[in-house]
Design a protein around this ligand. Structure first.
Ligand SMILES: Cc1ncc(COP(=O)(O)O)c(C=O)c1O
Length: 400
């Protein structure tokens, strides 16, 4: 008897970022020199004191099941962090610790959305949002946010996308893939629309500590009174502490009922996130924060270098990278040309040819709902960046 995949899963798109990284690894394994600018993770080692905390946890026997929604100490540490950094006060039992922020988002969408509900997602968007929404039977409603506005949603376009079926709005700031971030004032104008309606906002703040401009990061629930009650905040340790492999993220719920729903779901689906990783995350949050600043400064150095190189290349445009570690570049002037004898009309093919001909891995804008663009990550060494940008320059200058 044939085994068929369910209809729900058949409509799932595989993660394009992971697919590109896999292709780059394959070429590397075959002996090619590859400059991988497709990655969405810090290239630094997890700081030593965090690794030591994990070793201590193992030795002290914290190697068993924990509370399904995470250890109370970690929830308290997350609550304290949001209080001290942003002045937001949450009881620890409104926090659910998960296997990474991606899992936290899955919990949020599954507990929030009914089949047929609409979730507004500004494009360009991180690849997983729309797929995670579809898994609940709800409908991702994608609104294009133009490059001229730093790829940010405006209050008017939000208002015009709202229908009786709209349940919520997804906001990611600083953004993957665009590298831009919303100012407090921009968030306030969106908040005014939200507060006028009964939308729930899912605020993905995973890049909150990787900000390079003088304007500070604004956590969405802080920008207007009343937002805490209608916002679910998602964050984690992956990007801030170079801990992508440890798989710890969390959702901060607007009330205890919603937190309990997510905890119940998680208790049936995965049980607790890895006990050892939870103790490592605790050490990350409670320990010295100089490692975060050191990594941020290095990302900033690379960001300035990448921006200056890209600006010097003809026909490329991109907004200032204010946060995260990505440049989101408009390549439309370079489409419809021939590269090494191959005519290239669309961004996916452009990325594949750049990889095949020059060994530079990137991610096509189409994967983020933005055809005609390419995402370059600067979470790689200066040497790699320099070589990749030289290769990119050659690629574009020799096109005919
Ligand atoms: C915007 C955004 N949200 C969430 C995640 C998921 O992070 P985690 O590794 O904690 O699952 C990522 C990872 O790439 C991301 O870029």
């Amino acid at each position: 008897m044939a085994v068929h995949v369910s209809q729900l899963i058949q409509q799932l798109e595989p993660s394009a970022t992971l697919a590109m990284a896999a292709k780059a690894k394959e070429l590397k394994a075959a002996g090619r020199t590859i400059y991988d600018l497709s990655v969405g993770e810090p290239d630094f080692a997890t700081p030593e004191h965090i690794c030591q905390a994990a070793l201590a946890a193992m030795r002290e026997g914290y190697t068993h099941y924990t509370e399904a929604s995470g250890i109370p100490e970690l929830k308290k540490a997350v609550a304290k962090q949001y209080l001290t950094r942003y002045g937001l006060e949450y009881p620890p039992d409104q926090i659910v610790i998960s296997n990474g922020a991606k899992h936290a988002l899955h919990n949020v969408f599954t507990c929030l959305l009914n089949p047929g509900d609409e979730m507004i997602i500004p494009a360009p968007y991180w690849v997983s949002y729309a797929e995670l929404v579809k898994l609940t039977g709800a409908i991702p409603v994608v609104i294009n946010a133009p490059q001229s506005n730093g790829f940010k949603l405006t209050a008017d376009s939000l208002r015009s996308a709202i229908t009786p079926k709209t349940k919520g709005l997804l906001l990611c700031s600083p953004s993957n893939p665009t590298g831009t971030k919303y100012s407090r004032e921009e968030l306030q104008s969106l908040a005014d629309v939200v507060l006028d309606t009964d939308l729930v906002v899912v605020a993905d703040e995973i890049y909150d500590r990787l900000v390079y401009t003088s304007q500070p990061f604004a956590s969405f629930p802080t920008v207007r009174p009343g937002l805490k009650e209608c916002t679910v905040v998602v964050n984690g340790v992956s990007k801030t502490y170079a801990m992508t492999g440890w798989r710890i993220g969390w959702a901060i719920a607007p009330n205890r009922t919603f937190a309990k729903a997510m905890a119940d779901l998680q208790s049936q689906e995965t049980s607790n996130p890895c006990s050892i990783s939870q103790y490592a995350a605790l050490a990350a949050i409670e320990g010295a924060q100089d490692c975060v600043e050191q990594m941020r400064q290095e990302f900033d150095r690379r960001r300035r270098y990448v921006a200056s190189r890209l600006q010097a290349m003809p026909g490329l445009s991109f907004p200032e990278m204010e946060g995260a570690f990505y440049a989101f570049v408009n390549i439309s002037q370079h489409l419809g040309k021939t590269y090494g004898g191959v005519r290239v009309d669309e961004d996916p093919q452009w990325c594949l040819e750049l990889l095949a001909q020059k060994g530079v891995a990137s991610v096509m804008g189409s994967a983020f709902g933005a055809p005609g663009y390419v995402r370059f990550s600067f979470a790689t060494s200066m040497d790699n960046l320099a070589a990749a940008l030289d290769a990119l320059q050659e690629f574009i200058t020799h096109a005919t």
